[in-house]
Design a protein around this ligand. Structure first.
Ligand SMILES: C[S@@+](CC[C@H](N)C(=O)[O-])C[C@H]1O[C@@H](n2cnc3c(N)ncnc32)[C@H](O)[C@@H]1O
Length: 285
């Protein structure tokens, strides 16, 4: 049903509610995107007013599911394999060889490296990491790798688990890697089983302390191209959640255009051959 008298104030109430749950701010050009999608959602539903929809969202037992559907509708999931490659190269050429050496020199039986792609979208990012680990021969150095991919959006996590990708997802993938690690099925490319098995996916809201706490003791976190959707207050909360889940001396990779400037000074900024990465100080709790 077409909505008449769309009130900006009522739309802002929905935005505030979502903001409280996710930290996503929907400001600037994102506000227009938000409005368009919410109005369409309400018009396609049984609700005849925004007020009625808000009350359903907040107070009806089915509102929780609607909220999850809104995450799926309102998050921007753009991603592709081997995005921002210099960072991936810094990971496999500098960070991991050093980390493997350190782990091998430690007197512990548990020699594993835990990598978390926080906001992984459809899995292109953690699967790219898995492929590079294999390509660089890092999987047979005596250290086990655990790779986790998480996102707030259930659609992209289901898609990541299924492991099917489109041509645009592979636009930055060298032809030889495409040939080696994917099988063409109709219009899609299925990732090889061996790589698929290397990544575990789950739903995690980065804004939630309890949900992020399920990913403890990470050696490396990738959190790329998502901070831009948060305001400064939400960035602070997300940065602290990431910090709490990194081991001392652990690495945090942000997107090339993301920054923690004016957000937190919990991390040390470290240049690695042209790539800036954040590090949790040694001994940091
Ligand atoms: C633009 S994609 C980036 C994907 C990948 N990291 C990359 O750089 O290619 C941003 C992802 O962040 C996710 N996201 C947004 N808000 C989130 C939140 N509060 N918690 C977890 N994931 C979130 C979105 O669902 C989306 O899949």
């Amino acid at each position: 049903m077409k909505l008449t008298n769309v009130s900006e104030n009522e739309l802002m109430l929905i935005r505030t509610y979502l903001y409280e749950q996710t930290g996503l701010a929907f400001v600037g050009s994102q506000w227009h995107f938000f409005k368009k999608r919410i109005i369409k959602r309400i018009e396609e539903s049984k609700f005849s007013s925004i007020r009625e929809y808000i009350s359903f969202l907040k107070f009806d037992p089915r509102g929780k599911q609607e909220l999850k559907d809104l995450y799926n509708l309102l998050t921007v999931n753009e991603t592709y394999f081997f995005r921002e490659k210099p960072q991936l190269e810094a990971l496999v050429n500098i960070v991991l060889p050093e980390m493997i050496e350190t782990k091998l020199s430690e007197k512990t039986n548990m020699k594993s490296i835990r990598i978390w792609s926080a906001a992984s979208s459809n899995g292109s990012e953690p699967y790219s990491i898995a492929i590079l680990l294999k390509e660089k021969g890092l999987l047979n150095k005596g250290v086990t790798f655990n790779i986790y991919g998480t996102d707030i959006n259930t659609d992209v996590i289901n898609s990541a688990r299924a492991g099917f990708f489109s041509e645009p997802d592979l636009r930055n993938t060298p032809p030889e890697l495409k040939e080696k690690y994917f099988t063409k099925k109709g219009n899609f490319y299925e990732i090889n089983e061996e790589i698929k098995k290397m990544v575990s996916f789950s739903i995690v809201n980065l804004f939630s302390k309890t949900q992020t706490a399920t990913l403890k003791n990470m050696d490396i976190i990738f959190c790329r191209n998502v901070l831009i959707y948060f305001d400064i207050e939400s960035k602070k909360i997300v940065a602290k959640n990431l910090y709490d889940n990194l081991v001392p001396n652990g690495y945090l990779f942000l997107g090339m255009s993301d920054t923690l400037f004016k957000v937190t000074n919990l991390f040390l900024l470290k240049p690695l051959k042209g790539v800036m990465v954040y590090r949790k100080p040694g001994g940091g709790k």
